[in-house]
Design a protein. Sequence first.
Length: 78
Amino acid sequence: MTDAPSSSRIELPDGTTADWLLSTLPKGVKEGDMLLISGEGGDFDLEIDHAETQRRRQQGQTKLEALNQTAPDGEMTL
């Protein structure tokens, strides 16, 4: 039996990543959720940005659908 992960990799606004303890993330956060970070000094608050999460998921879906429209039909031989 494996232990559940205790940390999550977060992509920061500058594109770098950091590992954060799951206990510091908002309750109910899921992979792909956008987070709002606010605060000063060493104190900060996190909340899920539902509107931005939805906007980015829709943007990704739109790009995927555009790519799939140019995909060939039928069987592929590799």
